[in-house]
Design a protein around this ligand. Structure first.
Ligand SMILES: NC(=O)c1ccc[n+]([C@@H]2O[C@H](COP(=O)([O-])OP(=O)(O)OC[C@H]3O[C@@H](n4cnc5c(N)ncnc54)[C@H](OP(=O)(O)O)[C@@H]3O)[C@@H](O)[C@H]2O)c1
Length: 239
């Protein structure tokens, strides 16, 4: 396959939006997804190939890494968007299981894919290729109710720095740290209003705000090892 941009977790929400916008910008996009969803038709309609994998299990990570390595001779960018977001359960055994799951999705999968695709990123025809890790403003200032989620995103932020050092000078490696971009369906109206009230810009960001940060990173030839916060100012306002 010719030079591609790969994005994980592209079956819905931010990942779906970014995959469609990248395609609209003329990139050849390869999308990873987890669950079968009606939204996948939007990707198929645009001719975007989709690969399924469960990144919470080692076999799923290995299968995706190997499939991408074999399929992609040259990679323009690799965007790690796949993520899960849940409060930490009180039960210790359940918390341990969640720890394993989040560690695999947020750290092991990006690590394994970065290693598997390093050569293909080095073969990019562009001056630089890119890895973009989507983290969270909670990586720097954790919410204790989500401590495992926050710790695994902090691990991803740290890996982003290691890969920036390891893969220079060809590959730029950066992170995007979102704040409240798109509430989950389970967020109550009261919680939404409370969180919006904690931003300086007084709104939910929306998927396009993440796409614009991603595009800015792909376009910038002199940025690596950095993090763009896309949080409406929440991290400096009330956290
Ligand atoms: N939305 C926000 O306000 C916000 C705030 C802070 C940070 N972020 C970060 O921004 C990124 C996009 O946010 P989002 O809200 O669009 O994310 P999301 O809906 O929570 O999840 C993104 C994708 O990850 C996939 N995923 C979940 N479990 C997976 C697994 N076991 N294996 C493979 N893929 C899996 C999901 O697929 P399925 O649904 O099919 O499982 C989904 O398509 C994420 O990295 C998120 O952590 C978002």
């Amino acid at each position: 396959m010719d030079e591609v941009v790969i994005i994980t977790g592209a079956g819905t929400r931010v990942g779906l939006h970014c995959a469609l916008r990248l395609k609209q910008q003329g990139y050849r996009v390869l999308a990873h997804y987890h669950s079968e969803r009606p939204e996948l038709e939007q990707l198929q309609h645009q001719g975007i190939p989709c690969l399924q994998a469960d990144l919470a299990c080692p076999e799923g990570i290995e299968q995706l890494a190997e499939e991408l390595r074999q399929r992609c001779h040259s990679v323009r960018a690799l965007v790690h968007n796949a993520s899960a977001f849940e409060t930490t359960p009180d039960d210790p055994a359940e918390a341990s299981a969640l720890f394993e799951r989040f560690y695999r999705i947020h750290m092991l999968a990006p690590y394994r894919l970065n290693r598997a695709l390093a050569e293909a990123l080095n073969r990019s025809q562009a001056l630089h290729s890119d890895i973009v890790h989507i983290t969270d403003i909670f990586a720097d200032n954790p919410n204790p109710a989500f401590d495992i989620y926050c710790a695994s995103k902090a691990g991803l932020a740290n890996l982003s720095l290691s890969f920036a050092k390891q893969l220079a000078p060809k590959v730029k490696v950066n992170a995007i740290a979102p704040g409240p971009i798109r509430f989950k369906e389970w967020h109550s109206e009261a919680v939404k209003q409370q969180i919006i009230g904690q931003t300086l810009l007084r709104s939910e960001g929306g998927e396009e705000a993440i796409y614009l940060a991603l595009q800015a990173l792909l376009d910038n030839p002199y940025t690596t090892g950095s993090t763009i916060k896309v949080d409406g100012g929440r991290s400096i306002a009330h956290l």
